[in-house]
Design a protein around this ligand. Structure first.
Ligand SMILES: Cc1cc2nc3c(=O)[nH]c(=O)nc-3n(C[C@H](O)[C@H](O)[C@H](O)COP(=O)(O)OP(=O)(O)OC[C@H]3O[C@@H](n4cnc5c(N)ncnc54)[C@H](O)[C@@H]3O)c2cc1C
Length: 419
């Protein structure tokens, strides 16, 4: 494949191969594999975090098997939908910022290694009342870690971003270095790089259970075979509670709804003119967020102005998700747009669903499962905000598996909180 023919002019040096080409290339690699029965590490779930983990394990020279129940990537879990916001002034908690520095570094390394663009620095607006947790949290992280966040007066906001209709008592902040990552392309890159470095990946193979054997190995039973390994990493997203039943009562899987709509004037919302945005709506405990319109031909997936509502959706079983959201969920998004971005809505183009896996405090869990010593590491409880960390979490999970520790400050993401 001639990657140079997909040069992205905005980035200047990085390519944008189509998802179809990348998928085809990955599948050519997948068909050439010769599997073993024993591995250094087996990774259960090759999605956002699992693909990155396989890549970092293989990069460190481990013999790796990644097991994925569907295709790589797919639409049943938490990673589908064209774009994921990446930002550093982390309103959820400043302790995430060092992990974000690490993730940004690893995303850049992935882009450099593959000459392919996954990170699009559009800038990200944070809009809401100054006393809202979103705005307060952004200030806290930005101040503590010296992250550039600019303040816009109402007049500046109206001039620069006339697309928004905001109350006068809103504070308007923009983080210029924030933007979005393309999830499907990122997963395909991590998976393909893992394969190139000698990892084995099996798709359409569901892990049923795992347990230790008398020799000190872990035994993994799938619907197609049995494998053994020295260390296991669980990155099973919404299915983590099915593989680790002890965690199931603490993990809540919810169905989230997102929409791509047709704006009244496309030009006003195009990539390059319109940033990513988050709005804390007064009276609601949650935020709405969205992206610019991405040019068809360069970005696959639905065309339109994409937006979502970051809140706890319908609690669901990941194996039996009702993928048809009710009209009230679409209406929630339309009502929001008509109030805050009125020219953003002409008609609904596509409504899709995706899964969140909430931990009780909405922070991730990156740790060992205590009952197996340091044999089994798990990344779970992503609570709808982990994609931006995937490139960093992959290295963290590889270090936990191979070295038994990580240099990254993940103490606050310990599993004891869940016990
Ligand atoms: C609508 C929506 C919007 C979001 N927006 C953002 C955002 O803007 N920014 C951000 O940072 N994050 C965002 N997130 C969150 C982010 O996408 C998730 O936190 C992240 O994708 C979780 O990664 P994961 O690897 O845990 O799950 P997944 O990517 O779903 O991967 C888990 C994989 O494990 C596989 N698996 C599970 N069980 C088994 C089994 N038994 N055998 C074999 N394979 C198995 C699954 O099939 C799946 O492929 C959003 C999520 C959603 C749903």
């Amino acid at each position: 494949m001639n990657r140079r023919s997909f040069l992205n002019t905005s980035a200047g040096i990085l390519a944008m191969p189509s998802i179809a080409q990348m998928y085809q290339s990955l599948n050519e690699h997948l068909t050439k594999q010769q599997f073993n029965q024993h591995y250094d590490v087996i990774v259960l779930g090759v999605g956002s975090l699992g693909s990155a983990t396989c890549y970092h394990l293989a990069k460190q020279g481990a013999k790796v098997l990644g097991l994925e129940q569907f295709d790589i990537p797919h639409e049943q879990g938490s990673h589908a939908g064209q774009s994921r916001i990446i930002r550093k002034a982390y309103f959820e908690h400043p302790d995430y910022v060092p992990l974000l520095d690490h993730a940004y570094k690893n995303w850049k390394e992935l882009e450099k290694r593959t000459e392919t663009q996954v990170y699009f620095p559009t800038g990200l607006l944070y809009l809401g009342r100054p006393d809202n947790l979103l705005l307060k949290g952004v200030h806290e992280s930005a101040n503590k870690y010296n992250i550039r966040v600019d303040s816009l007066s109402n007049a500046e906001m109206r001039k620069k971003y006339p697309q928004f209709k905001l109350p006068d008592d809103f504070e308007n902040l923009i983080e210029p270095d924030a933007g979005f990552i393309t999830p499907e392309r990122a997963i395909l890159l991590h998976a393909e790089q893992a394969l190139r470095l000698g990892a084995h990946l099996k798709t359409k193979e569901k892990t049923l259970e795992f347990k230790p054997d008398a020799a000190g190995n872990m035994v993994v039973q799938t619907d197609k075979g049995t494998y053994t390994c020295q260390k296991l990493v669980i990155t099973a997203g919404a299915w983590a509670g099915k593989l680790v039943p002890a965690l199931a009562p603490k993990l809540k899987v919810t169905r989230q709804t997102l929409a791509w709509v047709q704006p009244k004037k496309w030009d006003d919302f195009e990539l390059g003119k319109f940033p990513c945005w988050t709005i804390a709506v007064p009276g609601k405990e949650s935020i709405f967020y969205g992206f610019p319109v991405l040019p068809a031909g360069k970005f696959e997936g639905p065309v339109g102005l994409k937006l979502g509502h970051h809140y706890q959706g319908l609690v669901s079983d990941p194996d039996h998700v009702d993928r048809n959201p009710g009209p009230e969920e679409e209406q929630n998004l339309v009502d929001f747009l008509q109030k805050f971005i009125p020219n953003g809505y002409q008609a609904t183009h596509v409504v899709k669903t995706c899964l969140y896996t909430y931990s009780p405090d909405e922070n991730f869990v990156l740790d060992f499962l205590p009952e197996f010593g340091n044999k089994v590491a798990i990344a779970t409880g992503c609570s709808g905000h982990a994609f931006k960390f995937a490139a960093g979490i992959g290295e963290i999970m590889a270090d936990l598996a191979l070295k038994g520790k990580t240099e990254q400050p993940i103490g606050f993401l310990n599993i004891k909180r869940m016990m």
